[in-house]
Design a protein around this ligand. Structure first.
Ligand SMILES: Cc1cc2nc3c(=O)[nH]c(=O)nc-3n(C[C@H](O)[C@H](O)[C@H](O)COP(=O)(O)O)c2cc1C
Length: 199
């Protein structure tokens, strides 16, 4: 069966393209999730961005991160600033990776009220490690406006180094934040105009 993608072009006309075009973008979404929040977020991001792969890192080999032009990486934070368990388990193996030329964008789930001093720390730890391995960062940075945390390893000036989400206190904002962030990523990564709005 030949799959096709329907999308609206710049002039508002509905067009179709072979699904393979989406896969040529070679975007991979990888996440780690303990209670399912980050998984739900990842799936929503994937249904918007249409990556070639959306996978739970516990089901994959970390070497697969080298196979993508764009990595979208998600993690929740646990135990006062720790990486989510599955990322924690393989963290030392990042040192085997050569991610030179890979563009990366991060997203993370946390709790800004209960863990105000370590809010989405994991996102910052992963971001630093990915950049250390050669990945190109600076994509998907997200304003800290609208959050009430005190400190975060994922904060860079007045922005987080990725999309910070809080299912405990701001779940009602999550869908809109994801949608806005995906639009931002498409712009920043210069993904094809025709794929800006898959319908
Ligand atoms: C014991 C415990 C420790 C936590 N530690 C942090 C933390 O240090 N920083 C933070 O932002 N969130 C923290 N959280 C909140 C989780 O990151 C949040 O619930 C997240 O949505 C879980 O996502 P997941 O289900 O994808 O793992 C903690 C939650 C629990 C239960």
């Amino acid at each position: 069966m030949r799959l096709s993608l329907r999308y609206t072009d710049e002039t508002g006309l509905v067009q179709t393209r072979p699904h393979a075009v989406v896969q040529q973008m070679n975007v991979g979404v990888f996440y780690g999730s303990t209670t399912g929040n980050t998984r739900m977020i990842a799936e929503q991001i994937a249904s918007d961005l249409r990556p070639a792969l959306c996978a739970n890192i516990c089901d994959r080999d970390i070497r697969e991160l080298e196979h993508f032009d764009v990595l979208v990486i998600g993690a929740s934070t646990w135990c006062l600033g720790d990486l989510q368990h599955d990322w924690q388990t393989i963290f030392s193996r990042f040192d085997e990776l050569d991610l030179r030329g890979t563009r990366v964008a991060l997203f993370g789930a946390g709790d800004q009220r209960e863990y105000a001093d370590t809010f989405t720390d994991a996102m910052g730890v992963l971001y630093d490690k990915l950049v250390e391995r050669g990945a190109i960062g600076g994509y998907g940075f997200w304003s800290t406006r609208g959050y009430s945390h005190v400190a975060s390893k994922s904060q860079r000036g007045d922005a987080f180094c990725g999309l910070a989400l809080d299912q405990e206190n701001q779940a009602h904002l999550t869908s809109a934040r994801i949608s806005t962030w995906c639009d931002q990523l498409r712009d920043e990564l210069a993904l094809p105009m025709g794929l800006r709005r898959a319908v």
